[in-house]
Design a protein around this ligand. Structure first.
Ligand code: SF4
Length: 321
């Protein structure tokens, strides 16, 4: 069997922050905060994948075994993680072994960043610079941000921040999972384009070109995709307890068996989706549905598109954003 895409590994569900848009902040009463143990981690078949991303709903650098985890995964595939950046200086030796380091930053404006993420932008800048000034060929440094209505204006400023820190790229993601009613209206995507949002994205793109760094902004117009960007045909998540999920959006470390979502003006509860083994995931109807949707691309005659799996119908990722 050819290698699969990526395995996302939820090495910790703990986090020292409580960011505005994070489900941990919204579901704090029922959040199960723990670290993945080494026994579970060692069972992951990294050889089957091109890439391992050591991050789930939590801060990976809080797992006391993160250094050993990076070493184990790096023997079989490329490795990266996304961090809130606060502990980079404590783990610099392991960070320098990564292929990809993504640091979450809410805004290039210090006050906006602190409002959304509750931590200092200055501290992050120091830690990102530490990596860019100490690295050889790796890791690639990516600033990962979330486009919100209340911060989008400062997106061009984030490009300057990234360049000053020595980062290679900025990725602007969407608020594609809305866990609470209070966040409705913060999303920048929809059925029509928003002029102010498009202007900020365009300006950020121009600034990135001027400064010679990469810039990717996720689409803002909703349109049903054959397969979402998480692509559960090629990729999967290993949850903190070792269960396999098709994506992070169907895995949440809460006591409940369902996941609340706000989707197009209403709240819905979708069941969590887990498989007990990689074999079970590979053979699942869930994965097969997306495989059959992708096959439509190779049909010469018009073919009926299999409907999205039920839990995906109310997931914004299924609509390309
Ligand atoms: S559409 Fe959403 S819920 Fe379905 S696999 Fe993709 S990310 Fe997961």
């Amino acid at each position: 069997m050819p290698k699969l895409g990526f395995v996302q590994v939820e090495v910790s569900t703990r986090c020292q922050l409580s960011c505005l848009m994070c489900p941990k902040s919204c579901f704090s009463d029922e959040w199960i905060a723990k670290d993945m143990n080494m026994e579970t981690f060692r069972l992951i078949p990294f050889k089957k994948f091109h890439y391992a991303h050591l991050q789930g709903w939590g801060e990976p650098l809080l797992n006391p075994n993160i250094g050993e985890m990076v070493d184990i995964a790096a023997k079989s595939c490329k490795v990266g993680l996304t961090t809130n950046g606060l502990l980079i200086d404590h783990h610099i030796d392991s960070i320098l072994k990564l292929d990809l380091l993504a640091v979450s930053v809410a805004s290039g404006d210090a006050r906006q960043h602190e409002r959304v993420r509750g931590c200092s932008l200055e501290k992050l800048a120091g830690n990102i610079k530490l990596v860019s000034e100490s690295r050889g060929k790796r890791p690639k440094i990516v600033i990962a941000t979330m486009m919100l209505k209340s911060t989008i204006e400062s997106l061009p400023k984030l490009i300057d921040f990234a360049a000053e820190c020595g980062a290679d790229e900025v990725i602007a993601n969407n608020l594609d999972y809305i866990p609470s009613k209070e966040l409705v209206g913060e999303e920048v995507f929809g059925l029509t384009a928003d002029k102010d949002v498009e202007k900020a994205v365009e300006q950020a793109g121009k600034r990135a070109e001027e400064l010679g760094i990469g810039f990717i902004a996720k689409p803002r117009l909703m349109e049903e995709a054959l397969v979402c960007a998480e692509n559960p045909v090629e990729n999967c998540v290993v949850a903190v307890d070792g269960r396999i999920a098709p994506c992070a959006y169907l895995n949440l470390p809460t006591a409940s068996e369902t996941i609340p979502r706000w989707f197009r003006g209403r709240t819905v509860e979708v069941p969590k989706v887990y498989f007990s083994s990689f074999k079970e995931w590979l053979k699942s109807d869930f994965r097969d549905t997306f495989k059959r949707r992708l096959q439509v691309l190779h049909q010469s005659l018009p073919t009926e598109l299999p409907p999205l799996p039920q839990p995906c119908r109310t997931c914004y990722k299924a609509y390309s954003v």
